[in-house]
Write a protein that binds this ligand. Sequence first.
Ligand code: CMC
Length: 435
Amino acid sequence: MSDTPKDVVTVSLEGTDKTATLPLLHGTMGPPVADIRKLYADMGVFTFDPGYGGTAACASKITYIDGDEGILLHRGYPIDQLAEESSFLEVAYLLLNGELPTAAEAAEFHKGVTHHTMVHEQLRNFFQGFRRDAHPMAVMCGVVGALSAFYHDSLDITNHDHRNISAFRLIAKLPTIAAWAHKYSIGQPFMYPRNDLSYAANFLYMMNAVPAEPYEVNPVLARAMDRILILHADHEQNASTSTVRLAGSTGANPFACIAAGIASLWGPAHGGANEAVLKMLAEIGHKDNIPEFIAKVKDKSSHIRLMGFGHRVYRNYDPRAKIMQQTCHEVLDELGIKDEPMLDLALELEHIATTDPYFVERKLYPNVDFYSGIILKAMGIPTSMFTVLFAVARTAGWISQWQEMIEDPANRIGRPRQIYTGAPLRDYVPIDKRG
Ligand code: CMC
Protein backbone atom coordinates (compact mmCIF):
# COMPACT_ATOMS: atom_id res chain seq x y z
CA MET A 1 0.00 0.00 0.00
CA SER A 2 1.56 3.33 -1.00
CA ASP A 3 0.74 7.03 -1.12
CA THR A 4 2.71 10.06 -2.28
CA PRO A 5 2.24 13.66 -1.07
CA LYS A 6 0.52 14.68 -4.34
CA ASP A 7 -1.62 11.59 -4.48
CA VAL A 8 -4.58 13.05 -2.63
CA VAL A 9 -8.28 13.79 -2.75
CA THR A 10 -9.31 17.21 -1.46
CA VAL A 11 -12.75 17.60 0.07
CA SER A 12 -14.28 20.93 1.01
CA LEU A 13 -17.43 21.66 2.98
CA GLU A 14 -19.60 24.07 0.97
CA GLY A 15 -20.31 27.36 2.75
CA THR A 16 -17.41 26.99 5.22
CA ASP A 17 -13.63 27.29 5.01
CA LYS A 18 -13.20 23.66 6.10
CA THR A 19 -11.23 21.40 3.77
CA ALA A 20 -9.63 17.99 4.20
CA THR A 21 -6.82 16.47 2.21
CA LEU A 22 -7.22 12.72 2.01
CA PRO A 23 -4.30 10.53 0.95
CA LEU A 24 -5.03 8.29 -2.01
CA LEU A 25 -3.83 4.75 -1.31
CA HIS A 26 -2.89 2.23 -3.99
CA GLY A 27 -2.94 -1.54 -3.66
CA THR A 28 -1.00 -3.76 -6.04
CA MET A 29 -4.16 -4.03 -8.20
CA GLY A 30 -7.59 -2.40 -8.17
CA PRO A 31 -8.86 1.18 -7.97
CA PRO A 32 -7.23 3.82 -5.72
CA VAL A 33 -8.78 4.25 -2.27
CA ALA A 34 -9.30 7.59 -0.49
CA ASP A 35 -8.11 7.31 3.11
CA ILE A 36 -10.92 8.98 5.08
CA ARG A 37 -9.58 8.19 8.54
CA LYS A 38 -8.85 11.85 9.35
CA LEU A 39 -12.01 13.26 7.73
CA TYR A 40 -13.98 13.48 10.96
CA ALA A 41 -11.08 14.94 12.93
CA ASP A 42 -10.28 17.53 10.22
CA MET A 43 -13.78 18.44 9.16
CA GLY A 44 -16.30 17.00 11.63
CA VAL A 45 -17.94 14.94 8.85
CA PHE A 46 -18.64 11.19 8.72
CA THR A 47 -19.10 9.18 5.55
CA PHE A 48 -22.30 7.24 4.78
CA ASP A 49 -22.09 3.92 2.92
CA PRO A 50 -24.80 1.44 3.94
CA GLY A 51 -23.89 -2.03 2.68
CA TYR A 52 -20.26 -0.84 2.34
CA GLY A 53 -20.44 -0.88 -1.49
CA GLY A 54 -17.74 1.82 -1.76
CA THR A 55 -15.71 1.19 1.38
CA ALA A 56 -12.50 -0.79 1.92
CA ALA A 57 -12.69 -1.96 5.54
CA CYS A 58 -9.14 -3.35 5.60
CA ALA A 59 -6.01 -3.96 3.56
CA SER A 60 -5.55 -7.61 2.60
CA LYS A 61 -3.07 -9.68 0.61
CA ILE A 62 -5.29 -12.75 0.35
CA THR A 63 -7.88 -12.41 -2.43
CA TYR A 64 -8.34 -10.02 -5.34
CA ILE A 65 -11.60 -9.57 -7.27
CA ASP A 66 -12.15 -7.46 -10.37
CA GLY A 67 -15.93 -7.55 -10.58
CA ASP A 68 -16.16 -5.79 -13.96
CA GLU A 69 -13.82 -8.24 -15.65
CA GLY A 70 -14.95 -11.32 -13.70
CA ILE A 71 -11.49 -12.00 -12.24
CA LEU A 72 -10.82 -13.83 -8.97
CA LEU A 73 -7.27 -14.39 -7.70
CA HIS A 74 -6.07 -16.03 -4.49
CA ARG A 75 -2.62 -14.74 -3.52
CA GLY A 76 -2.28 -13.79 -7.22
CA TYR A 77 -3.25 -17.18 -8.66
CA PRO A 78 -6.35 -17.30 -10.92
CA ILE A 79 -9.24 -19.35 -9.54
CA ASP A 80 -9.56 -21.42 -12.73
CA GLN A 81 -5.94 -22.59 -12.47
CA LEU A 82 -6.37 -23.45 -8.81
CA ALA A 83 -9.63 -25.32 -9.48
CA GLU A 84 -8.07 -27.24 -12.35
CA GLU A 85 -4.63 -28.04 -10.95
CA SER A 86 -4.61 -27.64 -7.19
CA SER A 87 -6.38 -29.30 -4.26
CA PHE A 88 -8.46 -27.80 -1.47
CA LEU A 89 -5.80 -28.37 1.18
CA GLU A 90 -3.14 -26.78 -1.03
CA VAL A 91 -5.43 -23.77 -1.54
CA ALA A 92 -6.05 -23.61 2.22
CA TYR A 93 -2.26 -23.58 2.76
CA LEU A 94 -1.91 -20.85 0.12
CA LEU A 95 -4.60 -18.70 1.73
CA LEU A 96 -3.07 -19.11 5.19
CA ASN A 97 0.60 -18.76 4.31
CA GLY A 98 0.72 -16.65 1.16
CA GLU A 99 2.69 -19.09 -1.02
CA LEU A 100 2.06 -22.49 -2.56
CA PRO A 101 3.69 -25.18 -0.40
CA THR A 102 6.76 -27.15 -1.39
CA ALA A 103 6.25 -30.93 -1.46
CA ALA A 104 7.59 -31.20 2.11
CA GLU A 105 5.41 -28.33 3.35
CA ALA A 106 2.35 -29.80 1.63
CA ALA A 107 2.97 -33.20 3.26
CA GLU A 108 3.41 -31.61 6.68
CA PHE A 109 0.28 -29.48 6.28
CA HIS A 110 -1.74 -32.49 5.14
CA LYS A 111 -0.49 -34.49 8.12
CA GLY A 112 -1.28 -31.61 10.48
CA VAL A 113 -4.86 -31.37 9.22
CA THR A 114 -5.53 -35.11 9.18
CA HIS A 115 -4.22 -35.42 12.74
CA HIS A 116 -6.85 -32.99 13.96
CA THR A 117 -9.93 -34.42 12.24
CA MET A 118 -11.28 -36.15 15.39
CA VAL A 119 -13.41 -34.14 17.77
CA HIS A 120 -13.52 -34.54 21.54
CA GLU A 121 -15.96 -37.33 22.44
CA GLN A 122 -17.77 -34.95 24.77
CA LEU A 123 -18.58 -32.74 21.81
CA ARG A 124 -20.85 -35.55 20.57
CA ASN A 125 -23.20 -34.71 23.42
CA PHE A 126 -23.89 -31.31 21.95
CA PHE A 127 -25.60 -32.90 18.96
CA GLN A 128 -28.07 -34.73 21.22
CA GLY A 129 -29.31 -31.37 22.50
CA PHE A 130 -30.74 -30.42 19.10
CA ARG A 131 -34.16 -31.47 17.83
CA ARG A 132 -33.99 -34.22 15.21
CA ASP A 133 -35.35 -31.84 12.58
CA ALA A 134 -32.93 -29.01 13.38
CA HIS A 135 -31.45 -27.37 10.30
CA PRO A 136 -27.81 -28.51 10.06
CA MET A 137 -26.71 -24.85 9.88
CA ALA A 138 -28.28 -24.32 13.32
CA VAL A 139 -26.27 -27.29 14.56
CA MET A 140 -23.12 -25.88 12.94
CA CYS A 141 -23.52 -22.46 14.62
CA GLY A 142 -23.90 -24.14 18.01
CA VAL A 143 -21.31 -26.90 17.81
CA VAL A 144 -18.57 -24.81 16.17
CA GLY A 145 -19.11 -22.10 18.80
CA ALA A 146 -18.84 -24.82 21.45
CA LEU A 147 -15.33 -25.73 20.25
CA SER A 148 -14.00 -22.74 22.22
CA ALA A 149 -15.10 -24.53 25.39
CA PHE A 150 -12.79 -27.46 24.52
CA TYR A 151 -9.51 -25.73 23.68
CA HIS A 152 -8.60 -23.48 26.59
CA ASP A 153 -4.99 -24.55 25.96
CA SER A 154 -4.77 -22.58 22.71
CA LEU A 155 -6.99 -19.52 22.98
CA ASP A 156 -4.28 -16.89 23.45
CA ILE A 157 -4.74 -14.99 20.21
CA THR A 158 -1.48 -13.08 20.73
CA ASN A 159 0.43 -16.38 20.57
CA HIS A 160 1.43 -17.39 17.03
CA ASP A 161 1.47 -21.12 17.84
CA HIS A 162 -1.99 -20.91 19.43
CA ARG A 163 -3.35 -19.16 16.34
CA ASN A 164 -1.82 -21.84 14.10
CA ILE A 165 -3.18 -24.76 16.05
CA SER A 166 -6.64 -23.20 16.10
CA ALA A 167 -6.48 -22.81 12.30
CA PHE A 168 -5.54 -26.49 11.95
CA ARG A 169 -8.29 -27.54 14.31
CA LEU A 170 -10.94 -25.55 12.50
CA ILE A 171 -10.00 -26.66 8.98
CA ALA A 172 -9.68 -30.27 10.14
CA LYS A 173 -12.76 -30.58 12.36
CA LEU A 174 -15.34 -28.70 10.29
CA PRO A 175 -15.96 -31.65 7.91
CA THR A 176 -16.40 -33.99 10.89
CA ILE A 177 -18.89 -31.65 12.57
CA ALA A 178 -20.70 -31.03 9.26
CA ALA A 179 -21.00 -34.74 8.45
CA TRP A 180 -22.25 -35.46 11.97
CA ALA A 181 -24.86 -32.69 11.67
CA HIS A 182 -26.13 -34.57 8.62
CA LYS A 183 -25.98 -38.02 10.25
CA TYR A 184 -27.82 -36.71 13.30
CA SER A 185 -30.63 -35.30 11.13
CA ILE A 186 -31.17 -38.67 9.39
CA GLY A 187 -30.74 -40.76 12.54
CA GLN A 188 -27.66 -42.66 11.42
CA PRO A 189 -24.57 -43.36 13.55
CA PHE A 190 -21.71 -40.88 13.38
CA MET A 191 -18.80 -42.06 11.24
CA TYR A 192 -15.33 -41.28 12.55
CA PRO A 193 -12.85 -39.68 10.14
CA ARG A 194 -10.51 -41.81 8.06
CA ASN A 195 -7.09 -40.24 7.87
CA ASP A 196 -6.00 -42.37 4.91
CA LEU A 197 -8.46 -40.52 2.65
CA SER A 198 -8.11 -37.11 1.05
CA TYR A 199 -9.92 -34.19 2.69
CA ALA A 200 -12.83 -34.30 0.22
CA ALA A 201 -13.01 -38.12 0.09
CA ASN A 202 -13.04 -38.34 3.89
CA PHE A 203 -15.88 -35.83 4.00
CA LEU A 204 -17.93 -37.89 1.50
CA TYR A 205 -17.11 -41.00 3.51
CA MET A 206 -18.29 -39.50 6.82
CA MET A 207 -21.46 -38.19 5.12
CA ASN A 208 -22.42 -41.36 3.25
CA ALA A 209 -20.89 -44.46 4.86
CA VAL A 210 -22.64 -46.62 7.45
CA PRO A 211 -20.85 -49.04 9.83
CA ALA A 212 -22.69 -52.09 8.48
CA GLU A 213 -21.34 -51.90 4.94
CA PRO A 214 -18.07 -51.16 3.17
CA TYR A 215 -18.07 -47.81 1.38
CA GLU A 216 -15.93 -46.92 -1.62
CA VAL A 217 -15.54 -43.22 -2.36
CA ASN A 218 -16.06 -42.52 -6.06
CA PRO A 219 -12.88 -40.65 -7.14
CA VAL A 220 -14.73 -38.49 -9.69
CA LEU A 221 -17.14 -37.35 -7.00
CA ALA A 222 -14.28 -36.78 -4.55
CA ARG A 223 -12.56 -34.61 -7.17
CA ALA A 224 -15.80 -32.71 -7.81
CA MET A 225 -16.24 -32.17 -4.06
CA ASP A 226 -12.64 -30.96 -3.79
CA ARG A 227 -13.28 -28.49 -6.62
CA ILE A 228 -16.48 -27.22 -4.98
CA LEU A 229 -14.47 -26.65 -1.78
CA ILE A 230 -11.76 -24.76 -3.72
CA LEU A 231 -14.36 -22.54 -5.42
CA HIS A 232 -15.86 -21.58 -2.06
CA ALA A 233 -12.63 -21.24 -0.08
CA ASP A 234 -12.41 -17.45 0.04
CA HIS A 235 -14.02 -14.42 -1.54
CA GLU A 236 -12.50 -11.24 -0.16
CA GLN A 237 -14.55 -9.09 2.29
CA ASN A 238 -18.02 -10.66 1.82
CA ALA A 239 -20.65 -10.50 4.58
CA SER A 240 -19.52 -13.58 6.51
CA THR A 241 -15.79 -12.76 6.24
CA SER A 242 -16.49 -9.22 7.38
CA THR A 243 -18.47 -10.71 10.28
CA VAL A 244 -15.49 -12.89 11.24
CA ARG A 245 -13.17 -9.88 11.06
CA LEU A 246 -15.55 -7.65 13.04
CA ALA A 247 -15.98 -10.28 15.76
CA GLY A 248 -12.23 -10.96 15.75
CA SER A 249 -11.36 -7.26 15.98
CA THR A 250 -12.60 -7.32 19.59
CA GLY A 251 -10.13 -10.06 20.51
CA ALA A 252 -12.79 -12.81 20.53
CA ASN A 253 -11.41 -16.33 20.15
CA PRO A 254 -11.24 -17.84 16.63
CA PHE A 255 -13.88 -20.55 17.27
CA ALA A 256 -16.40 -17.91 18.36
CA CYS A 257 -15.48 -15.77 15.32
CA ILE A 258 -15.98 -18.66 12.87
CA ALA A 259 -19.33 -19.50 14.51
CA ALA A 260 -20.33 -15.86 13.86
CA GLY A 261 -19.22 -16.28 10.25
CA ILE A 262 -21.36 -19.41 9.89
CA ALA A 263 -24.41 -17.53 11.20
CA SER A 264 -23.82 -14.73 8.69
CA LEU A 265 -23.30 -17.19 5.83
CA TRP A 266 -26.67 -18.82 6.48
CA GLY A 267 -28.78 -16.04 4.93
CA PRO A 268 -30.29 -16.60 1.46
CA ALA A 269 -28.58 -13.49 0.03
CA HIS A 270 -25.21 -15.11 0.86
CA GLY A 271 -24.36 -18.80 1.41
CA GLY A 272 -27.98 -19.84 1.78
CA ALA A 273 -28.48 -19.06 -1.92
CA ASN A 274 -27.45 -22.56 -3.11
CA GLU A 275 -30.27 -24.09 -1.08
CA ALA A 276 -32.64 -21.34 -2.26
CA VAL A 277 -31.78 -22.05 -5.93
CA LEU A 278 -32.98 -25.64 -5.59
CA LYS A 279 -36.14 -24.54 -3.83
CA MET A 280 -36.74 -22.01 -6.61
CA LEU A 281 -36.23 -24.63 -9.36
CA ALA A 282 -38.62 -26.99 -7.58
CA GLU A 283 -41.16 -24.20 -7.27
CA ILE A 284 -40.92 -23.35 -11.00
CA GLY A 285 -41.26 -27.05 -11.71
CA HIS A 286 -41.33 -26.92 -15.52
CA LYS A 287 -39.79 -24.88 -18.33
CA ASP A 288 -43.26 -23.71 -19.35
CA ASN A 289 -43.62 -21.90 -16.04
CA ILE A 290 -40.42 -19.86 -16.45
CA PRO A 291 -42.03 -16.78 -18.14
CA GLU A 292 -44.57 -16.49 -15.33
CA PHE A 293 -41.79 -16.77 -12.73
CA ILE A 294 -39.59 -14.21 -14.51
CA ALA A 295 -42.55 -11.81 -14.61
CA LYS A 296 -42.89 -12.17 -10.83
CA VAL A 297 -39.16 -11.49 -10.36
CA LYS A 298 -39.45 -8.29 -12.41
CA ASP A 299 -42.39 -7.14 -10.33
CA LYS A 300 -40.64 -5.48 -7.38
CA SER A 301 -43.76 -5.72 -5.20
CA SER A 302 -43.46 -9.55 -5.25
CA HIS A 303 -40.06 -9.35 -3.44
CA ILE A 304 -39.03 -12.47 -5.38
CA ARG A 305 -35.46 -12.61 -6.66
CA LEU A 306 -33.89 -14.93 -9.16
CA MET A 307 -31.73 -16.94 -6.76
CA GLY A 308 -28.22 -17.75 -7.96
CA PHE A 309 -28.13 -14.54 -9.99
CA GLY A 310 -26.47 -11.23 -9.26
CA HIS A 311 -23.55 -10.31 -7.08
CA ARG A 312 -22.51 -7.21 -5.21
CA VAL A 313 -19.05 -7.19 -6.77
CA TYR A 314 -19.36 -9.08 -10.07
CA ARG A 315 -20.97 -7.11 -12.86
CA ASN A 316 -19.91 -9.89 -15.19
CA TYR A 317 -20.07 -13.70 -15.21
CA ASP A 318 -18.89 -15.01 -11.81
CA PRO A 319 -15.68 -16.88 -12.80
CA ARG A 320 -16.57 -19.59 -10.28
CA ALA A 321 -19.92 -20.22 -11.99
CA LYS A 322 -18.16 -21.13 -15.27
CA ILE A 323 -16.06 -23.80 -13.54
CA MET A 324 -19.08 -24.99 -11.59
CA GLN A 325 -21.05 -25.44 -14.82
CA GLN A 326 -18.27 -27.65 -16.25
CA THR A 327 -18.05 -29.67 -13.01
CA CYS A 328 -21.81 -30.08 -13.09
CA HIS A 329 -21.64 -31.80 -16.49
CA GLU A 330 -18.74 -34.03 -15.34
CA VAL A 331 -20.69 -35.18 -12.30
CA LEU A 332 -23.88 -35.86 -14.25
CA ASP A 333 -21.88 -37.84 -16.86
CA GLU A 334 -20.13 -39.88 -14.16
CA LEU A 335 -23.42 -40.68 -12.49
CA GLY A 336 -25.05 -41.49 -15.82
CA ILE A 337 -27.72 -38.85 -15.23
CA LYS A 338 -29.13 -37.90 -18.62
CA ASP A 339 -31.96 -35.50 -19.33
CA GLU A 340 -31.96 -34.29 -15.74
CA PRO A 341 -35.08 -32.09 -15.67
CA MET A 342 -33.61 -29.82 -12.99
CA LEU A 343 -30.53 -29.13 -15.15
CA ASP A 344 -32.65 -28.54 -18.26
CA LEU A 345 -34.74 -26.12 -16.28
CA ALA A 346 -31.62 -24.36 -14.93
CA LEU A 347 -30.12 -24.05 -18.44
CA GLU A 348 -33.32 -22.62 -19.84
CA LEU A 349 -33.58 -20.17 -16.95
CA GLU A 350 -29.96 -19.15 -17.48
CA HIS A 351 -30.59 -18.62 -21.20
CA ILE A 352 -33.65 -16.46 -20.59
CA ALA A 353 -32.07 -14.47 -17.78
CA THR A 354 -28.86 -13.76 -19.72
CA THR A 355 -30.80 -12.41 -22.72
CA ASP A 356 -33.69 -10.61 -21.00
CA PRO A 357 -33.04 -6.81 -20.89
CA TYR A 358 -34.09 -6.64 -17.18
CA PHE A 359 -31.13 -8.82 -16.17
CA VAL A 360 -28.75 -7.65 -18.90
CA GLU A 361 -29.20 -3.96 -18.01
CA ARG A 362 -28.62 -4.68 -14.32
CA LYS A 363 -25.65 -6.93 -15.14
CA LEU A 364 -27.15 -9.85 -13.25
CA TYR A 365 -25.19 -12.96 -14.22
CA PRO A 366 -25.28 -16.46 -12.72
CA ASN A 367 -23.16 -16.68 -9.58
CA VAL A 368 -21.35 -19.64 -8.00
CA ASP A 369 -24.47 -20.88 -6.25
CA PHE A 370 -26.54 -21.28 -9.39
CA TYR A 371 -24.80 -24.53 -10.36
CA SER A 372 -23.41 -25.81 -7.07
CA GLY A 373 -26.86 -26.84 -5.84
CA ILE A 374 -27.52 -28.95 -8.93
CA ILE A 375 -24.16 -30.74 -8.58
CA LEU A 376 -24.66 -31.39 -4.88
CA LYS A 377 -28.17 -32.69 -5.45
CA ALA A 378 -26.88 -35.08 -8.13
CA MET A 379 -24.25 -36.27 -5.65
CA GLY A 380 -27.04 -37.20 -3.26
CA ILE A 381 -26.33 -34.44 -0.77
CA PRO A 382 -29.52 -33.16 0.86
CA THR A 383 -30.48 -29.56 0.19
CA SER A 384 -30.21 -28.58 3.84
CA MET A 385 -26.49 -29.49 3.73
CA PHE A 386 -25.58 -27.19 0.83
CA THR A 387 -24.78 -24.14 2.92
CA VAL A 388 -23.01 -26.36 5.45
CA LEU A 389 -20.62 -27.43 2.70
CA PHE A 390 -20.04 -23.80 1.85
CA ALA A 391 -19.17 -23.20 5.52
CA VAL A 392 -16.67 -26.08 5.54
CA ALA A 393 -14.88 -24.58 2.53
CA ARG A 394 -15.05 -20.96 3.65
CA THR A 395 -13.53 -21.80 7.02
CA ALA A 396 -10.13 -21.83 5.24
CA GLY A 397 -10.74 -18.28 4.02
CA TRP A 398 -12.25 -17.05 7.28
CA ILE A 399 -9.38 -18.26 9.42
CA SER A 400 -6.80 -16.89 6.97
CA GLN A 401 -8.49 -13.49 7.03
CA TRP A 402 -8.72 -13.64 10.83
CA GLN A 403 -4.99 -14.49 11.08
CA GLU A 404 -4.07 -11.67 8.74
CA MET A 405 -6.13 -9.21 10.78
CA ILE A 406 -4.66 -10.27 14.12
CA GLU A 407 -1.12 -9.99 12.70
CA ASP A 408 -1.79 -6.53 11.23
CA PRO A 409 -0.40 -3.82 13.57
CA ALA A 410 -3.05 -1.42 12.19
CA ASN A 411 -5.87 -3.64 13.50
CA ARG A 412 -8.34 -1.78 15.71
CA ILE A 413 -11.73 -2.76 17.03
CA GLY A 414 -14.33 -2.47 14.22
CA ARG A 415 -16.74 0.24 15.26
CA PRO A 416 -18.82 1.92 12.51
CA ARG A 417 -20.77 5.13 13.16
CA GLN A 418 -24.28 6.05 12.01
CA ILE A 419 -26.59 8.83 10.91
CA TYR A 420 -28.94 9.21 13.85
CA THR A 421 -32.53 9.62 12.60
CA GLY A 422 -34.39 9.14 15.88
CA ALA A 423 -36.10 11.60 18.22
CA PRO A 424 -34.12 14.70 19.28
CA LEU A 425 -33.31 15.31 22.98
CA ARG A 426 -36.50 15.32 25.10
CA ASP A 427 -37.46 14.98 28.77
CA TYR A 428 -38.78 11.82 30.39
CA VAL A 429 -42.59 11.87 30.82
CA PRO A 430 -44.07 10.10 33.89
CA ILE A 431 -46.62 7.39 32.96
CA ASP A 432 -49.62 9.27 34.39
CA LYS A 433 -48.82 12.27 32.18
CA ARG A 434 -48.52 10.33 28.88
CA GLY A 435 -51.11 10.07 26.10
N1 CMC B 1 -33.08 -11.14 -9.08
C1 CMC B 1 -33.75 -10.07 -9.53
N2 CMC B 1 -33.30 -8.81 -9.42
C2 CMC B 1 -32.13 -8.63 -8.82
C3 CMC B 1 -31.35 -9.71 -8.33
C4 CMC B 1 -31.87 -11.01 -8.48
N3 CMC B 1 -31.19 -12.07 -8.03
N4 CMC B 1 -30.21 -9.24 -7.77
C5 CMC B 1 -30.27 -7.91 -7.91
N5 CMC B 1 -31.42 -7.53 -8.56
C6 CMC B 1 -31.82 -6.18 -8.98
C7 CMC B 1 -32.33 -5.36 -7.81
O1 CMC B 1 -33.72 -5.47 -7.66
C8 CMC B 1 -31.89 -3.97 -8.23
O2 CMC B 1 -32.79 -3.50 -9.22
P1 CMC B 1 -33.15 -1.91 -9.29
O3 CMC B 1 -31.87 -1.22 -9.63
O4 CMC B 1 -34.21 -1.82 -10.34
O5 CMC B 1 -33.67 -1.54 -7.92
C9 CMC B 1 -30.54 -4.20 -8.91
O6 CMC B 1 -30.63 -5.53 -9.43
C10 CMC B 1 -29.34 -4.07 -8.00
O7 CMC B 1 -29.58 -4.91 -6.87
P2 CMC B 1 -28.99 -4.69 -5.42
O8 CMC B 1 -29.96 -5.24 -4.45
O9 CMC B 1 -28.54 -3.27 -5.26
O10 CMC B 1 -27.72 -5.60 -5.49
P3 CMC B 1 -26.83 -6.00 -4.28
O11 CMC B 1 -25.43 -5.83 -4.70
O12 CMC B 1 -27.22 -5.26 -3.03
O13 CMC B 1 -27.20 -7.52 -4.03
C11 CMC B 1 -27.13 -9.88 -4.09
C12 CMC B 1 -26.36 -8.58 -4.37
C13 CMC B 1 -26.21 -11.06 -4.33
C14 CMC B 1 -27.58 -9.89 -2.61
C15 CMC B 1 -28.36 -9.94 -5.02
O14 CMC B 1 -27.95 -9.93 -6.38
C16 CMC B 1 -29.26 -11.15 -4.74
O15 CMC B 1 -30.10 -11.07 -3.85
N6 CMC B 1 -29.06 -12.29 -5.48
C17 CMC B 1 -29.82 -13.48 -5.23
C18 CMC B 1 -29.19 -14.25 -4.06
C19 CMC B 1 -27.91 -14.93 -4.47
O16 CMC B 1 -27.82 -15.63 -5.48
N7 CMC B 1 -26.88 -14.78 -3.59
C20 CMC B 1 -25.60 -15.47 -3.77
C21 CMC B 1 -24.47 -14.50 -4.04
S1 CMC B 1 -22.97 -15.31 -4.59
C22 CMC B 1 -22.47 -16.30 -3.27
C23 CMC B 1 -22.24 -15.57 -1.99
O17 CMC B 1 -21.60 -14.52 -1.97
O18 CMC B 1 -22.68 -16.07 -0.96
